[in-house]
Design a protein around this ligand. Structure first.
Ligand code: KIV
Length: 294
């Protein structure tokens, strides 16, 4: 297993420096416990606004408010110790003007302590990316299928599957790189175009449904764990956590109904009786190490 440890948390330039060196590994994370696990294997963790769909049951990412990103961003930063944590800027918080974008990005960085933000859009966001980077905000760009524009795109559709679309998408990648983005997510982009963009830009391309030609990969954690009810074609389920959760919950419900849980092992005797039986005095014995609670 490709677990790796390093003493210092990665920063945006560390991710850029991996281009051409080795594949970049990343996942989304929304809470502290899963972030702590993924942290051991990933170069960066993205607090994606996909959390609106995955965790909060929305149909799209459009309704996600800034406060929700801050709340989950804080949790992930607490859980992850070595990965760069990138927080997605939600719809409506950065498109209006570079100065509005800066104010909201600064809020996210101050309140979460994350190391970078991500925003969607190619050429239309280039000026904003330059403005943010010049003021100390590392930006990951996101082009191709940009879910916040779902209502304009008319659905979650792969991009660049016909040659006439190629030039505009390649130009998007080039312009965000020139504007100072430290990496760019290519979402649902036809494989040959993703390969061409990856060769054309000096920053890492992070693919999600954009082939192995990209410099790195990202997946939504719940999708690859087998926890999401529906997944896009580009997801491979590396686990079946949804089925494991259901088995555990069914087992719990059965035992409660049958009266076989809880047993005396899960209950508290009077202190005197416990001492006689040689049981520990502690109220709660934790078997697994806890994640830090700072
Ligand atoms: O919100 C998200 O999870 C994302 C990834 C799909 C890249 O933007």
């Amino acid at each position: 297993m490709s677990q790796h440890t390093q003493t210092k948390r990665r920063m945006a330039p560390d991710i850029t420096a991996l281009k051409g060196v080795r594949p970049i590994v990343s996942l989304t994370a929304y809470h502290a416990h899963t972030a702590a696990i993924a942290d051991k294997y990933c170069d960066f963790l993205l607090v994606g606004d996909s959390l609106g769909m995955v965790m909060h049951g929305h149909e799209t990412t459009v309704p996600v408010p800034l406060e929700l990103m801050v709340m989950h961003g804080r949790a992930v930063v607490r859980g992850a110790k070595q990965s760069l944590v990138v927080v997605d800027m939600p719809f409506g918080t950065y498109e209006e003007s570079p100065s509005v974008a800066f104010r909201n990005c600064a809020t996210v960085m101050k309140q979460t302590d994350c190391g970078a933000v991500k925003l969607e859009g190619g050429r239309r966001m280039a000026e904003t990316i330059r403005y943010l980077v010049d003021r100390g905000v590392p930006v990951m760009a996101h082009i191709g299928l940009t879910p916040q524009s779902i209502n304009v795109l008319g659905g979650f559709k792969a991009q660049g599957r016909t040659r006439p679309e190629w030039d505009a998408l390649e130009e998007d990648a080039r312009l965000v790189a020139e504007a100072g983005a430290f990496a760019v997510v290519l979402e649902a982009i036809a494989a040959p175009l993703a390969e061409r963009i990856t060769a054309a830009v000096p920053i890492p391309t992070i693919g999600i449904g954009a082939s192995a030609a990209c410099d790195g990969q990202i997946l939504v954690m719940e999708d690859m764990l087998g926890l999401s009810p529906r997944v896009p074609k580009f997801v491979k389920e590396f686990g079946s956590i949804g089925a494991a959760i259901e088995r555990a919950i069914a087992g719990y419900a059965d035992e409660v109904r049958a009266g076989t849980f809880p047993t005396p092992d899960h209950s508290f005797a009077m202190r005197e009786e416990a001492a006689k039986a040689g049981e520990p005095a502690a109220g709660r014995v934790t078997k697994k190490p806890k994640i830090p609670s700072t």
